[in-house]
Design a protein around this ligand. Structure first.
Ligand SMILES: C[S@@+](CC[C@H](N)C(=O)[O-])C[C@H]1O[C@@H](n2cnc3c(N)ncnc32)[C@H](O)[C@@H]1O
Length: 132
């Protein structure tokens, strides 16, 4: 599905299969392609294919900005990330309720299950695919 004016087109597509390129590639080449927290639902094999498809859609010197949920390379780094994240959630809640407890926020955070749709891959592995 697509609607288009001179400068802007909204296209609804599913990038889990290469067929998404059919409705997008005619609008390129692109100077910038942005993805936000979306590609981590794909298998690693499909992630690599998508990165190649995105590379082929970019104009020379174009940018791919990918904000993603990734796997930590070690348990230690995962813990460091989790604790900073809890600090930040805690500060947010404490601004609204000065009686809020960090321990309560941490309990809730560690209790919440990750999404079963997540397929998290370390960032360095994904960067090496992107470089290739
Ligand atoms: C967690 S939301 C992130 C939303 C927004 N990009 C952001 O950063 O706040 C994930 C988004 O990825 C989209 N998405 C996930 N899998 C997709 C797929 N196979 N094809 C197209 N979009 C997909 C979802 O529709 C959703 O909008």
């Amino acid at each position: 599905m697509s609607s288009r004016n001179k400068d802007l087109a909204f296209i609804l597509e599913d990038f889990s299969k290469p067929s998404w390129l059919g409705s997008v590639s005619g609008h390129g080449a692109f100077d910038v392609i942005v993805s936000g927290f979306a590609i981590h639902h794909q298998t690693d094999r499909r992630k690599r294919e998508i990165y190649k498809e995105i590379f082929d859609l970019l104009s020379p010197g174009g940018l791919f900005l990918n904000t993603e949920h990734v796997a930590s390379p070690s348990k230690w780094l995962e813990k460091v990330f989790d604790e900073y994240f809890i600090d930040s959630i805690y500060e947010y809640h404490r601004a609204m309720d000065p009686k809020e407890k960090r321990a309560r926020i941490a309990r809730e955070y560690y209790k919440s299950p990750g999404s079963s749709a997540d397929i998290l891959t370390p960032v360095d592995r994904q960067c090496s695919w992107l470089r290739r």
